[in-house]
Design a protein around this ligand. Structure first.
Ligand code: ATP
Ligand code: PMV
Length: 446
C-alpha cells in the first residue's frame, strides 16, 4: 500500500574539493562535500472521486514556469519493466524532463520487479513536488531588492531551461531525492528504509543507474554518491557494471534492472570517517558569472592523459597524494596547514591545465583565488570539479566578520573587473539523503 500520509525527503548538492578528473579512474579517489542546499520532494496520493479511474503520476516543480509533468505508465511487453509516457494536454507544449522521466521508469520498474512481484499491486496515482533550495540557480540580474530570494524556495520567472544553474549538481540531487521519494511512497518500510545501510545501498545503485541513463553517459558518479551519503571520500564504481543494460522499456529491462540493483558486484567505496572541515571552518562557494564557455573539458584532459601516459601518471599520482594530505589536514584540524596544502594542489592543477591546454584553473580564477586568499579569515580555495570559469570554493573561518569581508571583497571585485562574483549562502554539510518533517513544507505545496 502506498503511504496514505504525505512524505518528504531531501538530498544535498555537492562540491568537489579535490580529485576532479582523477576520480574517473578507480585507482584514485576524490574528496567530495555535500552541501546545505538540498532538493526536497513531497509525495502525496492523488485522491480521485468515486468511480473515476486515474492512472497518472504528476511531478511538478512549482518554482518554475511550465514545470508540471504528467505521466502515464504501463507494464511493457517482454519483461520491459514499467514504461512511462509523458501525457500532453491539448495546446500545452511542456518541455520533457528526461531526468524525471528516466527516474520514474527506473524506480517503478525496480518496485515492480521486487516487492510488487510478491503480491499483485498497482501504482496508485500520486503527485511528487520538487522544491529546490535557492542556491541551485542564479537569481536573474533583473530581479532586485525584495524580489530576490524573499523566501526559502524562490519563484523564478523562467522555465527550467531558461534558469541559470550554479553547478551544485541539481540533476544528481533531484534523481536521488525523487528515487528515494518513490521508494518511500510505494513500499512499506520493511522493503525500503532510507535510514538503513541496505536502504542507502539500494538507493545509491538505482540513482546511479538512472542518472547515467538520463544524462546519456557514465561519469564518475561522485555527485550521486554525495547526494546519497553526503560528504565522503569517494572511489567510483567500475563503469563495466552498467554495460549491457537494455534501454528502459525494452525487452528484458525489468529483470536486468532488478539484478543490477541487487548485485553485489558494485565496487563503489564511500568513506565518511575523517571527512570533515575543522570546527569553526566553513566550506563556501562563490558563483562566478563571467560568461565563458567550457565545453569538452573532460574529453580533452583524458585525451592528453592517454597521449602522455608517463607524465600524466606522475602528475596523477602526486596530485592524489596531495589531495589525501589535504583531507588529513582538514580532519586533524590543522588550520595553519590548510593554506599550503591547498596551494600544493593548485600548483599541480595549473600544471594539468597548461599541459592539457584546458582551463581547469584559468588565469582569471588564479587571480581571484589569490586575492581571496589575502582576505583576513580565508585560508585558500580551488576551482571545483572539472574547473573552468563558473565557480570557486573557499575554505574560510565560519564567522560573520569573515563572511562580511568576503562579501565586500567580491562586490568590489565584480565592480572593478566587470564580472559578477557572488558568495552563495550554501555551506559544506556532512549529511546525505534524509527524511524530512512534512511540516517544513507547509505553504510551499500548491
Ligand atoms: N528543480 C528542478 N525541477 C525539475 N527538474 C530539475 C530541477 N533541477 C534540475 N532538474 C533536472 O536536471 C537537469 C539539469 O541537469 P544538469 O546535469 O544539466 O545540471 P546539474 O546537475 O545542475 O549540473 P552540474 O553537475 O554542473 O551541477 C534539468 O534539465 C532538469 O531535467
Ligand atoms: C571532471 C570530473 O571528475 C568532475 C566534474 O565535476 P563538475 O561536474 O564540474 O562538478 C568528471 C566526473 O567525475 O564525472
Amino acid at each position: 500500500m502506498p503511504s496514505a500520509v504525505p512524505t518528504a525527503v531531501s538530498a544535498p548538492g555537492k562540491v568537489f574539493l579535490a580529485g576532479g578528473y582523477l576520480v574517473l579512474d578507480r585507482e584514485y579517489t576524490a574528496l567530495v562535500f555535500g552541501l546545505s542546499a538540498r532538493i526536497s520532494i513531497v509525495a502525496r496520493e492523488i485522491k480521485t472521486s468515486l468511480g473515476v479511474q486515474l492512472s497518472e503520476i504528476v511531478v511538478d516543480s512549482p518554482q518554475f514556469v511550465d514545470a508540471q509533468w504528467r505521466y502515464g505508465y504501463h507494464l511493457a511487453p517482454d519483461d520491459g519493466g514499467i514504461k512511462v509516457t509523458q501525457l500532453h494536454s491539448s495546446g500545452n507544449n511542456i518541455d520533457a524532463n528526461p531526468f524525471v522521466e528516466v527516474t520514474l521508469s527506473y524506480a517503478l520498474s525496480y518496485i515492480t520487479g521486487t516487492a510488487f512481484r510478491r503480491s499483485s499491486h498497482a501504482f496508485d496515482p500520486a503527485q511528487f513536488t520538487i522544491l529546490a533550495d535557492n542556491d541551485y540557480y542564479s537569481q536573474p540580474h533583473s530581479m532586485t531588492g525584495n524580489e530576490k530570494n524573499p523566501t526559502r524556495f524562490a519563484k523564478f520567472p523562467t522555465t527550467l531551461r531558461g534558469a541559470n544553474k550554479t553547478g551544485l549538481g541539481s540533476s544528481a540531487a533531484l534523481v536521488t531525492s525523487l528515487t528515494a521519494s518513490l521508494l518511500t511512497h510505494y513500499l512499506p518500510s520493511s522493503d525500503f528504509d532510507l535510514t538503513t545501510a541496505e536502504g542507502k545501498r539500494t538507493l545509491h545503485n538505482l540513482a546511479q543507474a538512472a542518472h547515467c541513463a538520463a544524462q546519456g553517459k557514465v561519469g564518475s558518479g561522485f555527485d550521486v554518491a554525495a547526494a546519497v551519503y553526503g560528504s565522503c571520500r569517494y572511489r567510483r564504481f567500475s563503469p563495466s557494471i552498467l554495460k549491457n543494460m537494455p534501454e528502459a522499456g525494452s525487452p528484458g529491462f525489468g529483470p536486468a534492472l532488478t539484478k543490477l540493483i541487487n548485485d553485489t558486484t558494485w565496487d563503489t567505496e564511500i568513506i565518511k570517517e575523517g571527512v570533515n572541515v575543522p570546527p569553526g571552518t566553513a566550506l563556501r562557494m562563490c558563483d562566478v558569472d563571467c560568461g565563458s564557455q567550457t565545453v569538452g573539458m573532460v574529453k580533452k584532459v583524458l585525451q592528453w592523459r592517454e597521449s602522455n601516459p608517463t607524465e600524466s601518471k606522475k602528475l596523477w599520482d602526486e596530485l592524489q597524494l596531495r589531495n589525501v594530505k589535504l583531507g588529513t589536514v582538514l580532519s586533524e584540524g590543522k588550520l595553519e596547514e590548510i593554506r599550503n596544502a591547498v596551494a600544493d594542489i593548485r600548483e599541480l592543477i595549473r600544471s594539468m591545465s597548461t599541459q592539457s591546454d584546458v582551463p581547469i584553473e584559468p588565469e582569471s580564477q588564479t587571480t581571484l583565488l589569490d586575492a581571496l586568499t589575502n582576505v583576513e579569515g580565508v585560508y585558500n580555495g580551488v576551482v571545483p570539479g572539472a574547473g573552468g570559469y563558473d565557480a570557486v570554493v573557499v575554505l574560510m573561518k565560519d564567522d560573520e566578520a569573515t563572511e562580511k569581508r568576503v562579501k565586500d571583497f567580491v562586490a568590489n571585485w565584480s565592480k572593478e573587473k566587470g564580472g559578477q562574483v557572488r558568495l552563495l549562502d550554501v555551506k559544506g554539510e556532512m549529511e546525505g539523503v534524509r527524511k524530512e518533517n512534512i511540516k517544513e513544507y507547509a505553504g510551499w505545496i500548491p
